[in-house]
Write a protein that binds this ligand. Structure first.
Ligand code: NAI
Length: 343
């Protein structure tokens, strides 16, 4: 974990500065109480890994706005191992959050299945259906870390991280998919990370899984369109068990998990029309990512030339330049359309 510090902190201190600046220029923000409340009455949400950290905040927010919430958490260690002492408070974190919701007048059900088990994912969705009658929202949030440099990373470090993040999100989404299609409605939120978007020392497993989730979400967004299912990705940054020994205290205090929850609440709401998006939330700062392709260069004679590699190399700066010809690319159709116009 120590190896991660300097890399992550570099990005974080920049983000923290941005957050401080944006929180000072809040004059244009609309306040929630001037707006119509966005509620989830009659809807059911499954939030995975909701026994602590970000997932807990998502569960509390959705429940406080009327959703029935299945609070899933298998209650293990940060690296995904079962806790040594079964029966500790940590093991029962899902129950604690569900109890908290019910005590506040909400509706919740605790669930301890692991997202990475096919049977567990199926049982989780069945429990939500049996208890609440439907599933409208799925927040794929459960996560673990097994940080090692690539040189030291074992196959099981790779597998376990991919199992929880990528396979787990696939399995629970898959278990919800048919019922969401039948009801012609669904909201799915995946959880990615800046480690996936940019890479991060010691996180080859985590970065690969987190970037894989963007591909999964992009495709579910396309396939879900005709069934009223929308899928988006959040890229959070927050003080939690996962990041506790990485973030400096002063910064951690500005990165409360609760600050991320409104983004998930909005993406989960029926009035939000976003799908296939990637959105970031960190300490009350919110933004969106997009892909961009350079203007490139059409080189029709390249393969006829004996010096094709040399020609490519000598045109490299034009090929890769993000000059005024570089455009954002929103979809595969756009990508292909633009390519065809060049060829
Ligand atoms: P956290 O460690 O506080 O919460 C994650 C929860 O997931 C834990 O309660 C854990 O028991 C549960 N979990 C782990 N494996 C599970 C499994 N197989 N089945 C069911 N539950 C399982 O971590 P945090 O920070 O709240 O993370 C939530 C998500 O956000 C994760 O996917 C993480 O990768 C992602 N994330 C967090 C960032 C941050 O700054 N905190 C940054 C980028 C991404």
């Amino acid at each position: 974990m120590k190896t991660l510090g300097p890399n992550l902190l570099k990005g974080l201190s920049f983000r923290a500065r941005t957050t401080i600046l944006s929180s000072r220029s809040s004059s244009q923000e609309s306040t929630g109480n001037k707006l119509n409340a966005l509620r989830f009455d009659g809807q059911t949400a499954i939030v995975t890994g909701a026994g602590r950290g970000l997932g807990r905040e998502y569960a509390l927010l959705l429940a406080s706005r009327g959703a029935n919430v299945l609070v899933n958490d298998f209650g293990g260690t940060r690296s995904g191992q079962p806790l040594d002492q079964a029966g500790t408070q940590e093991t029962h974190c899902a129950e604690q959050v569900a109890t908290e919701i019910v005590a506040a007048g909400g509706k919740a059900l605790a669930n301890n299945e692991s997202v990475s088990s096919e049977e567990g994912a199926r049982k989780m969705v069945e429990s939500a259906l049996n208890q609440f009658g439907r599933v409208d929202i799925l927040i794929n949030n459960a996560g673990i870390l097994r940080d090692k440099s690539f040189a030291n990373m074992s196959v099981s470090d790779w597998d376990e991280v991919c199992l929880v993040h990528l396979r787990g999100s696939f399995l629970v989404s898959k278990a919800c998919w048919d019922l969401m299609r039948r009801q012609q409605y669904g909201r799915i939120v995946m959880t990615s990370s800046t480690s996936g978007l940019y890479g991060n020392f010691g996180q080859a497993n985590y970065a690969a899984a987190k970037m894989g989730l963007i591909g999964l979400s992009n495709t579910l967004a396309i396939e879900g369109t005709k069934s009223g299912i929308q899928c988006n990705v959040v890229v959070p940054m927050a003080d939690s068990r996962l990041t506790r020994d990485i973030l400096p205290e002063a910064l951690a205090a500005r990165l409360k998990p609760s600050y991320v929850a409104p983004l998930v609440g909005w993406l989960a709401h029926k009035s939000c029309s976003e799908s296939g998006g990637v959105f970031e939330a960190a300490g009350r700062w919110f933004g969106r990512y997009r892909l961009q392709r350079s203007g490139g260069k059409y080189m029709p004679a390249l393969l006829d030339e004996s010096g094709s590699v040399e020609q490519l190399a000598s045109n490299w700066s034009e090929i890769t330049s993000f000059d005024e010809r570089a455009l954002p690319v929103e979809s595969f159709q756009e990508h292909i359309g633009e390519l065809l116009s060049k060829l």
